[in-house]
Ligand binder design. Structure first.
Ligand code: F6R
Length: 353
Protein backbone atom coordinates (compact mmCIF):
# COMPACT_ATOMS: atom_id res chain seq x y z
CA UNK A 1 0.00 0.00 0.00
CA UNK A 2 2.98 2.28 0.55
CA UNK A 3 4.11 1.60 -3.05
CA UNK A 4 7.73 1.07 -2.05
CA UNK A 5 7.96 4.09 0.25
CA UNK A 6 9.01 3.54 3.87
CA UNK A 7 6.10 5.58 5.17
CA UNK A 8 2.72 6.85 4.03
CA UNK A 9 3.92 10.35 4.79
CA UNK A 10 6.73 10.13 2.22
CA UNK A 11 4.39 8.53 -0.31
CA UNK A 12 1.88 11.32 0.19
CA UNK A 13 4.56 14.00 -0.11
CA UNK A 14 5.47 12.45 -3.47
CA UNK A 15 1.84 12.30 -4.56
CA UNK A 16 1.58 16.09 -4.50
CA UNK A 17 2.13 16.79 -8.21
CA UNK A 18 -0.71 14.42 -9.04
CA UNK A 19 -2.96 15.70 -6.27
CA UNK A 20 -2.53 19.28 -7.43
CA UNK A 21 -3.28 18.38 -11.05
CA UNK A 22 -6.50 16.77 -9.88
CA UNK A 23 -7.43 19.80 -7.80
CA UNK A 24 -7.04 22.06 -10.85
CA UNK A 25 -8.56 19.80 -13.49
CA UNK A 26 -11.49 21.40 -15.27
CA UNK A 27 -11.46 24.38 -12.93
CA UNK A 28 -9.30 26.88 -14.79
CA UNK A 29 -9.36 28.20 -18.31
CA UNK A 30 -5.73 28.37 -19.28
CA UNK A 31 -6.32 30.81 -22.11
CA UNK A 32 -8.33 33.43 -20.27
CA UNK A 33 -7.15 32.75 -16.73
CA UNK A 34 -10.80 32.44 -15.70
CA UNK A 35 -11.62 30.18 -12.81
CA UNK A 36 -14.75 28.07 -13.05
CA UNK A 37 -15.54 26.13 -9.90
CA UNK A 38 -19.05 24.75 -9.79
CA UNK A 39 -19.29 24.88 -5.98
CA UNK A 40 -18.81 28.63 -6.14
CA UNK A 41 -21.42 29.44 -8.80
CA UNK A 42 -23.42 32.55 -7.99
CA UNK A 43 -21.46 33.34 -4.83
CA UNK A 44 -20.66 36.98 -4.28
CA UNK A 45 -20.04 37.45 -0.55
CA UNK A 46 -19.15 40.83 0.88
CA UNK A 47 -17.03 39.17 3.54
CA UNK A 48 -15.51 35.75 4.14
CA UNK A 49 -14.66 34.09 7.46
CA UNK A 50 -12.50 30.98 7.44
CA UNK A 51 -12.68 28.50 10.32
CA UNK A 52 -10.20 25.63 10.66
CA UNK A 53 -7.75 23.83 12.95
CA UNK A 54 -4.06 22.93 12.78
CA UNK A 55 -2.63 22.62 9.32
CA UNK A 56 -5.97 23.53 7.76
CA UNK A 57 -5.88 26.79 9.73
CA UNK A 58 -2.58 27.60 8.05
CA UNK A 59 -4.28 27.18 4.67
CA UNK A 60 -7.07 29.42 5.99
CA UNK A 61 -4.54 32.15 6.80
CA UNK A 62 -3.36 31.95 3.20
CA UNK A 63 -6.91 32.12 1.86
CA UNK A 64 -7.77 35.15 3.98
CA UNK A 65 -4.67 37.03 2.78
CA UNK A 66 -5.40 36.18 -0.85
CA UNK A 67 -8.98 37.44 -0.54
CA UNK A 68 -7.98 40.62 1.26
CA UNK A 69 -5.41 41.33 -1.42
CA UNK A 70 -8.28 41.09 -3.88
CA UNK A 71 -10.33 43.60 -1.91
CA UNK A 72 -12.67 41.23 -0.04
CA UNK A 73 -13.01 41.49 3.76
CA UNK A 74 -11.63 38.17 4.94
CA UNK A 75 -10.41 36.72 8.23
CA UNK A 76 -9.16 33.35 9.40
CA UNK A 77 -10.27 31.97 12.78
CA UNK A 78 -9.16 28.97 14.76
CA UNK A 79 -12.36 26.94 14.84
CA UNK A 80 -12.03 26.27 18.57
CA UNK A 81 -11.95 30.02 19.23
CA UNK A 82 -14.67 31.07 16.80
CA UNK A 83 -17.66 30.92 19.14
CA UNK A 84 -16.14 32.91 22.00
CA UNK A 85 -16.41 36.36 20.47
CA UNK A 86 -17.84 35.78 17.01
CA UNK A 87 -16.95 38.37 14.39
CA UNK A 88 -19.96 40.30 13.07
CA UNK A 89 -21.68 38.84 10.01
CA UNK A 90 -24.05 40.29 7.43
CA UNK A 91 -26.59 38.64 5.12
CA UNK A 92 -23.92 38.08 2.54
CA UNK A 93 -21.09 36.80 4.70
CA UNK A 94 -19.69 33.42 3.69
CA UNK A 95 -18.17 31.10 6.29
CA UNK A 96 -15.66 28.64 4.85
CA UNK A 97 -14.66 25.62 6.93
CA UNK A 98 -11.37 24.15 5.78
CA UNK A 99 -11.14 20.57 6.99
CA UNK A 100 -9.30 17.76 5.25
CA UNK A 101 -11.29 15.03 7.00
CA UNK A 102 -14.57 16.93 7.15
CA UNK A 103 -14.99 15.43 10.64
CA UNK A 104 -13.04 17.72 12.98
CA UNK A 105 -15.36 18.49 15.90
CA UNK A 106 -14.11 22.04 16.47
CA UNK A 107 -14.59 22.96 12.83
CA UNK A 108 -18.01 21.32 12.60
CA UNK A 109 -19.16 23.20 15.66
CA UNK A 110 -17.91 26.56 14.29
CA UNK A 111 -19.77 25.87 11.05
CA UNK A 112 -22.92 24.96 13.01
CA UNK A 113 -22.56 28.22 14.93
CA UNK A 114 -22.39 30.09 11.62
CA UNK A 115 -25.50 28.36 10.31
CA UNK A 116 -27.32 29.24 13.53
CA UNK A 117 -26.54 32.85 12.73
CA UNK A 118 -28.12 32.39 9.31
CA UNK A 119 -24.89 32.59 7.33
CA UNK A 120 -24.09 30.65 4.16
CA UNK A 121 -21.44 27.97 4.70
CA UNK A 122 -18.97 26.23 2.46
CA UNK A 123 -16.91 23.15 3.32
CA UNK A 124 -13.49 22.94 1.71
CA UNK A 125 -12.71 19.29 2.28
CA UNK A 126 -11.02 16.20 0.92
CA UNK A 127 -13.75 13.77 1.84
CA UNK A 128 -16.91 13.50 -0.25
CA UNK A 129 -19.74 12.47 2.03
CA UNK A 130 -18.05 13.79 5.17
CA UNK A 131 -20.11 15.51 7.85
CA UNK A 132 -18.83 18.96 6.83
CA UNK A 133 -19.67 18.33 3.18
CA UNK A 134 -23.17 17.12 4.10
CA UNK A 135 -23.98 19.86 6.58
CA UNK A 136 -22.72 22.90 4.65
CA UNK A 137 -24.65 24.68 1.91
CA UNK A 138 -21.80 24.11 -0.50
CA UNK A 139 -18.74 21.88 -0.76
CA UNK A 140 -15.48 22.53 -2.58
CA UNK A 141 -13.56 19.27 -2.85
CA UNK A 142 -9.78 19.50 -2.88
CA UNK A 143 -9.39 16.07 -4.56
CA UNK A 144 -6.07 15.18 -2.91
CA UNK A 145 -6.87 11.47 -2.63
CA UNK A 146 -6.81 9.56 0.66
CA UNK A 147 -4.27 10.74 3.22
CA UNK A 148 -3.25 8.00 5.66
CA UNK A 149 -0.30 9.60 7.47
CA UNK A 150 -1.48 11.51 10.53
CA UNK A 151 0.62 14.52 9.50
CA UNK A 152 -1.21 16.45 6.80
CA UNK A 153 1.00 16.98 3.74
CA UNK A 154 -0.58 16.77 0.30
CA UNK A 155 -3.91 18.00 1.62
CA UNK A 156 -2.29 21.26 2.79
CA UNK A 157 -0.89 21.92 -0.69
CA UNK A 158 -4.28 21.19 -2.23
CA UNK A 159 -6.03 23.45 0.28
CA UNK A 160 -3.71 26.35 -0.58
CA UNK A 161 -4.36 25.80 -4.28
CA UNK A 162 -8.13 25.58 -3.67
CA UNK A 163 -7.94 28.78 -1.59
CA UNK A 164 -6.23 30.50 -4.52
CA UNK A 165 -9.01 29.26 -6.80
CA UNK A 166 -11.60 30.56 -4.36
CA UNK A 167 -9.99 33.98 -4.25
CA UNK A 168 -9.54 34.19 -8.03
CA UNK A 169 -13.17 33.19 -8.51
CA UNK A 170 -14.76 35.45 -5.88
CA UNK A 171 -12.71 38.50 -6.72
CA UNK A 172 -10.94 38.31 -10.03
CA UNK A 173 -7.80 40.36 -9.56
CA UNK A 174 -5.93 42.04 -12.36
CA UNK A 175 -3.28 39.39 -11.92
CA UNK A 176 -5.67 36.41 -11.83
CA UNK A 177 -4.26 35.17 -15.09
CA UNK A 178 -0.72 35.20 -13.72
CA UNK A 179 -1.84 33.21 -10.69
CA UNK A 180 -3.61 30.69 -12.90
CA UNK A 181 -0.51 30.32 -15.06
CA UNK A 182 1.58 29.81 -11.94
CA UNK A 183 -0.89 27.19 -10.67
CA UNK A 184 -0.68 25.37 -13.99
CA UNK A 185 3.11 25.14 -13.65
CA UNK A 186 2.98 24.22 -9.96
CA UNK A 187 2.66 20.40 -10.20
CA UNK A 188 5.79 20.24 -12.39
CA UNK A 189 7.66 22.58 -10.06
CA UNK A 190 6.71 20.48 -7.02
CA UNK A 191 8.14 17.49 -8.90
CA UNK A 192 11.38 19.44 -9.48
CA UNK A 193 11.64 20.13 -5.75
CA UNK A 194 11.00 16.45 -4.93
CA UNK A 195 13.64 15.34 -7.43
CA UNK A 196 16.35 17.76 -6.31
CA UNK A 197 15.73 18.46 -2.62
CA UNK A 198 18.70 18.53 -0.27
CA UNK A 199 16.40 18.31 2.74
CA UNK A 200 17.87 14.99 3.88
CA UNK A 201 21.35 16.58 4.09
CA UNK A 202 19.92 19.52 6.03
CA UNK A 203 18.12 17.12 8.39
CA UNK A 204 21.40 15.31 9.04
CA UNK A 205 23.24 18.60 9.59
CA UNK A 206 20.82 19.86 12.25
CA UNK A 207 19.63 16.63 13.84
CA UNK A 208 20.89 17.38 17.34
CA UNK A 209 19.66 20.94 17.62
CA UNK A 210 17.95 22.12 20.76
CA UNK A 211 15.06 23.84 18.99
CA UNK A 212 14.06 25.04 15.57
CA UNK A 213 12.64 28.36 14.42
CA UNK A 214 10.76 29.07 11.22
CA UNK A 215 10.22 32.60 9.96
CA UNK A 216 8.45 34.04 6.95
CA UNK A 217 6.57 37.21 6.00
CA UNK A 218 3.31 37.72 4.18
CA UNK A 219 2.37 34.58 2.25
CA UNK A 220 5.29 32.76 3.88
CA UNK A 221 3.96 33.37 7.39
CA UNK A 222 1.48 30.44 7.27
CA UNK A 223 4.24 28.19 5.94
CA UNK A 224 6.52 29.20 8.82
CA UNK A 225 3.76 28.05 11.19
CA UNK A 226 3.21 24.89 9.19
CA UNK A 227 6.93 24.03 9.02
CA UNK A 228 7.13 24.23 12.81
CA UNK A 229 3.92 22.27 13.38
CA UNK A 230 5.05 19.42 11.11
CA UNK A 231 8.43 19.22 12.80
CA UNK A 232 6.88 19.12 16.30
CA UNK A 233 4.28 16.54 15.39
CA UNK A 234 6.56 13.92 13.95
CA UNK A 235 9.98 14.58 15.54
CA UNK A 236 8.83 15.62 19.08
CA UNK A 237 11.44 18.38 18.92
CA UNK A 238 10.62 21.89 20.02
CA UNK A 239 9.86 24.13 17.09
CA UNK A 240 8.28 27.53 16.75
CA UNK A 241 7.11 29.43 13.70
CA UNK A 242 6.22 33.10 13.47
CA UNK A 243 6.11 36.07 11.16
CA UNK A 244 9.68 37.19 10.51
CA UNK A 245 9.02 40.68 11.90
CA UNK A 246 8.12 39.23 15.31
CA UNK A 247 11.57 37.76 15.85
CA UNK A 248 12.90 40.92 17.45
CA UNK A 249 9.84 41.25 19.70
CA UNK A 250 10.77 38.33 21.92
CA UNK A 251 11.86 35.05 20.32
CA UNK A 252 15.29 36.46 19.48
CA UNK A 253 16.15 35.95 23.16
CA UNK A 254 16.08 32.19 22.51
CA UNK A 255 18.20 32.27 19.38
CA UNK A 256 21.65 30.71 19.89
CA UNK A 257 24.11 28.58 17.93
CA UNK A 258 22.00 25.59 19.03
CA UNK A 259 18.83 26.78 17.31
CA UNK A 260 18.72 26.71 13.52
CA UNK A 261 16.44 29.31 11.95
CA UNK A 262 14.65 28.36 8.76
CA UNK A 263 13.93 31.51 6.76
CA UNK A 264 11.53 31.55 3.82
CA UNK A 265 12.52 34.16 1.26
CA UNK A 266 11.32 34.44 -2.33
CA UNK A 267 11.53 37.27 -4.83
CA UNK A 268 13.26 40.51 -3.90
CA UNK A 269 10.37 42.76 -2.99
CA UNK A 270 9.97 44.68 0.26
CA UNK A 271 8.98 41.57 2.21
CA UNK A 272 12.02 39.60 1.05
CA UNK A 273 14.33 42.52 1.82
CA UNK A 274 12.93 42.87 5.32
CA UNK A 275 13.19 39.15 6.00
CA UNK A 276 16.81 39.21 4.82
CA UNK A 277 17.30 41.95 7.43
CA UNK A 278 15.89 39.62 10.10
CA UNK A 279 18.18 36.85 8.87
CA UNK A 280 21.18 39.11 9.40
CA UNK A 281 20.10 39.69 13.03
CA UNK A 282 19.95 35.94 13.56
CA UNK A 283 23.29 35.38 11.90
CA UNK A 284 24.88 38.00 14.16
CA UNK A 285 23.83 35.78 17.10
CA UNK A 286 25.62 32.81 15.54
CA UNK A 287 22.46 30.83 14.88
CA UNK A 288 22.67 28.56 11.86
CA UNK A 289 20.45 29.82 9.05
CA UNK A 290 18.72 27.52 6.59
CA UNK A 291 16.99 29.42 3.84
CA UNK A 292 14.28 28.17 1.56
CA UNK A 293 14.62 30.45 -1.43
CA UNK A 294 14.21 30.91 -5.17
CA UNK A 295 17.63 32.56 -5.29
CA UNK A 296 16.31 35.97 -6.37
CA UNK A 297 17.41 37.89 -3.25
CA UNK A 298 20.89 37.75 -1.70
CA UNK A 299 19.69 35.75 1.36
CA UNK A 300 22.00 32.85 0.46
CA UNK A 301 24.99 35.01 1.47
CA UNK A 302 23.88 34.74 5.09
CA UNK A 303 22.83 31.09 5.04
CA UNK A 304 24.57 27.96 6.29
CA UNK A 305 22.37 25.79 4.10
CA UNK A 306 20.07 26.47 1.16
CA UNK A 307 16.93 24.64 0.07
CA UNK A 308 16.12 25.80 -3.43
CA UNK A 309 12.73 26.21 -5.03
CA UNK A 310 11.80 27.41 -8.52
CA UNK A 311 10.55 30.95 -9.08
CA UNK A 312 6.81 31.49 -9.21
CA UNK A 313 3.98 33.85 -8.23
CA UNK A 314 4.04 35.04 -4.57
CA UNK A 315 0.67 33.38 -3.89
CA UNK A 316 1.99 30.04 -5.14
CA UNK A 317 5.55 30.08 -3.75
CA UNK A 318 4.48 29.00 -0.24
CA UNK A 319 3.40 25.59 -1.58
CA UNK A 320 6.89 24.97 -2.98
CA UNK A 321 8.62 26.26 0.15
CA UNK A 322 6.43 24.01 2.27
CA UNK A 323 7.41 20.89 0.32
CA UNK A 324 11.03 21.46 1.39
CA UNK A 325 9.93 21.81 5.02
CA UNK A 326 7.79 18.65 4.82
CA UNK A 327 10.90 16.79 3.67
CA UNK A 328 13.06 18.28 6.44
CA UNK A 329 10.53 17.19 9.09
CA UNK A 330 10.26 13.74 7.53
CA UNK A 331 14.01 13.15 7.39
CA UNK A 332 14.64 14.45 10.93
CA UNK A 333 11.88 12.14 12.23
CA UNK A 334 13.24 9.19 10.26
CA UNK A 335 16.80 9.68 11.50
CA UNK A 336 15.46 9.89 15.07
CA UNK A 337 13.51 6.65 14.57
CA UNK A 338 10.11 8.21 15.26
CA UNK A 339 6.74 6.67 14.52
CA UNK A 340 6.21 8.90 11.51
CA UNK A 341 2.80 7.83 10.28
CA UNK A 342 1.28 7.60 13.77
CA UNK A 343 2.89 10.14 16.08
CA UNK A 344 2.25 9.71 19.80
CA UNK A 345 -0.88 11.36 21.23
CA UNK A 346 -2.29 12.36 17.83
CA UNK A 347 -5.20 11.09 15.74
CA UNK A 348 -5.93 11.59 12.07
CA UNK A 349 -9.28 13.13 12.75
CA UNK A 350 -10.06 14.79 16.02
CA UNK A 351 -13.71 14.17 16.72
CA UNK A 352 -13.86 15.70 20.20
CA UNK A 353 -13.81 19.40 21.11
C1 F6R B 1 -1.35 18.43 11.21
C2 F6R B 1 -2.68 17.85 11.30
C3 F6R B 1 -3.72 18.53 12.14
C4 F6R B 1 -4.97 18.73 11.29
C5 F6R B 1 -6.12 19.26 12.15
C6 F6R B 1 -7.34 19.56 11.30
O1 F6R B 1 -0.50 17.65 10.45
O2 F6R B 1 -2.92 16.88 10.65
O3 F6R B 1 -3.25 19.75 12.65
O4 F6R B 1 -4.66 19.63 10.25
O5 F6R B 1 -6.44 18.31 13.13
O6 F6R B 1 -7.78 18.43 10.62
P1 F6R B 1 -8.84 18.53 9.45
O7 F6R B 1 -8.21 19.27 8.32
O8 F6R B 1 -9.21 17.13 9.10
O9 F6R B 1 -10.01 19.31 9.98
Amino acid sequence: AKSGYDHYMLKEIHEQPRALRKCLRGRVDELTGAVDVEALDGLNPSSVQFVACGTSYHAALHGASALREAGVHAQAFLASEYATAPAPVTDDTLVVGITQSGETADTLSALREARKRGVETLAMTNVVGSTAARECDRALFIRAGPEIGVAATKTFSSQVVAANLLSASLAPQSDAREVVEALRDLPGQVQEVLDSSRAERVAEQFLDSEGYFFVGRGYHHPVALEGALKLKEITYKHAEGFPAGELKHGPLALVTEETPVFALVTGNGTEATKTVGNVKEVEARDAPVVTVTDGVSDVERYADAVLEIPETHPRVAPVLANVQLQLVAYHVAKKLGRSIDKPRNLAKSVTVE
